[in-house]
Ligand binder design. Structure first.
Ligand code: FAD
Length: 317
C-alpha cells in the first residue's frame, strides 16, 4: 500500500522505523532479530537504507596498495523482499543517485516494481569518503530532483528507451528527504526549502526529515514549509542517543545540533548504559510532544540496534 494511504487511513500517530542492510558476510537473521521485537508496535512500513560502493586500499604482497571497490552493505532490494515476505508490511527502499547510471536505476526500479514494492524514498546520497563533493556516476543523476523525474516518468510508462512499445507504468509513491536544520551544502534554509518545494512540485508525496533533537526546529521548519506552499506530510525522523560519544559524532556526521540540556545530561553519564537511558527518556519526551503536535507518523532511526527504539515505542504505542 502507498505510504500516503497508510497516513490517510490512520486513526492515530503511526510508528515506523529505518533499518540498515547487514554488513557484507553477515547473516540476515541479525536483522530479523532487531526487527522482530518492534513488530509489536505494528509499523505499517519499514525503510531500508541504501549504501553505495566505497573504495578501500589493500596492501598486496609486493608492498603496493591496490584500490578496491566494495559495497559494505549490499542487499537493499533483497531485504525489502524479505521484510515484505516475513512481516507482511510495506518495505520502503531508499534509492540514491550516487553510483548509479540512469540505466541501472531503471533496472532497479523494475525489480522493485516486480516485487510489489509501492514506495521509494528518493535521495541524492552522500559523496564517497575519498571525494570532497558529490560526484554523480557518468550517465547518472546530480540531484534527487533528477532521480525523482526518472521515477515519475516510469510512473507514466516512460522508460529510457523511447522505442519501447506498450510499456507498463509503475506506480511508486515517492518520498524525499528534508533537513529541519538545513542540508549542510545549502547556502541557507530558504534555498534548501526552495529545492524541497521543487521535489514536491515534481511529484514527491511525502517528506521524511533528518534526525533532530529539538522539536522547535521541526515545528519552525514545518511552519516555513507550509508558508512556502509545501503541503505534503512531513514525517519527523528521530534517533535515540545510545552512546556517550554520539553527542559529538552525530553533529559531525549529520550536521545537527544537540540541545544543551541533552548534551549536559549525557556528559554527566558514567557509561553508555546511563547514556542509553537518557537517550530513551529524551526520545519519549520528544515523541510525546510531537504526537501532541499532530505528526502523522514517528519514524525512528534504529541504525541496527532496536533496544532503545523498542523502549521508546513501549512507552507510547
Ligand atoms: P538533494 O535533494 O539533491 O539536495 C542536495 C543538496 O543540493 C541540498 O543542499 C539542496 O539544497 C541542493 N539542491 C537540491 N536540488 C538542487 C538543484 N536542482 N540545483 C541546485 N541545488 C540543489 N544517504 C544514502 O546514501 N543512503 C540512504 O539510504 C539515505 N537515507 C536517508 C534518509 C533520510 C530520511 C535522510 C534525511 C537522508 C538520507 N541519506 C541517505 C542522506 C542523503 O543522501 C544526504 O543527506 C545527501 O547529501 C542529500 O540527499 P537529498 O536527497 O536530500 O539531496
Amino acid at each position: 500500500m502507498k505510504l500516503t494511504e497508510h497516513i490517510s487511513n490512520a486513526k492515530s500517530t503511526l510508528f515506523s522505523f529505518e533499518v540498515l542492510p547487514p554488513l557484507k558476510g553477515e547473516n540476515i537473521q541479525n536483522l530479523f532479530d532487531s526487527i522482530d521485537p518492534l513488530m509489536e508496535f505494528k509499523p505499517p512500513f519499514i525503510d531500508v537504507t541504501y549504501h553505495r560502493q566505497e573504495y578501500m586500499y589493500k596492501q598486496r604482497g609486493n608492498g603496493l596498495l591496490e584500490k578496491i571497490a566494495t559495497r559494505k552493505r549490499p542487499g537493499t532490494v533483497g531485504i525489502c523482499a524479505a521484510i515484505k515476505n516475513r512481516y507482511n508490511v510495506d518495505a520502503v527502499p531508499h534509492i540514491i543517485c550516487g553510483g548509479f547510471t540512469r540505466e541501472e536505476t531503471e533496472n532497479a526500479l523494475i525489480d522493485l516494481h516486480f516485487l510489489g514494492i509501492d514506495n521509494v524514498l528518493v535521495l541524492r546520497g552522500d559523496s564517497i569518503k575519498s571525494e570532497p563533493n558529490f560526484i554523480p556516476e557518468k550517465g547518472g543523476h546530480n540531484y534527487a530532483t533528477e532521480l525523482l523525474e526518472q521515477v515519475r516518468c516510469m510512473n507514466t510508462g516512460i522508460y529510457l528507451d523511447e522505442d519501447l512499445l506498450n510499456t507498463y507504468p509503475t506506480n511508486f509513491c515517492i518520498g524525499v528527504a528534508a533537513y529541519p536544520e538545513k542540508h549542510f551544502e545549502a547556502p541557507n534554509l530558504k534555498t534548501d526549502i526552495k529545492y524541497l518545494k521543487k521535489k514536491v512540485e515534481m511529484g514527491a508525496e511525502y517528506i521524511v526529515t533528518q534526525m533532530f533533537f529539538d522539536n522547535q526546529k521541526y515545528y519552525d521548519f514545518v511552519k516555513t514549509c507550509r508558508q512556502e506552499g509545501i503541503n505534503v506530510p512531513i514525517i519527523p525522523g528521530l534517533k535515540p542517543i545510545t552512546t556517550k560519544k554520539q553527542i559529538t559524532v552525530l553533529p559531525s556526521i549529520f550536521h545537527i545540533d544537540i540541545p544543551e540540556d541533552l548534551a549536559d545530561a549525557i556528559e554527566q553519564c558514567k557509561n553508555n548504559d546511563e547514556a542509553k537511558k537518557v537517550g530513551v527518556d529524551w526520545g519519549i519526551q520528544q515523541s510525546k510532544d510531537l504526537i501532541e503536535f499532530g505528526v502523522p507518523c514517528l519514524h525512528y532511526y534504529s541504525m541496527g540496534k532496536s533496544e532503545s527504539v523498542y523502549n521508546i515505542a513501549k512507552a507510547l504505542f
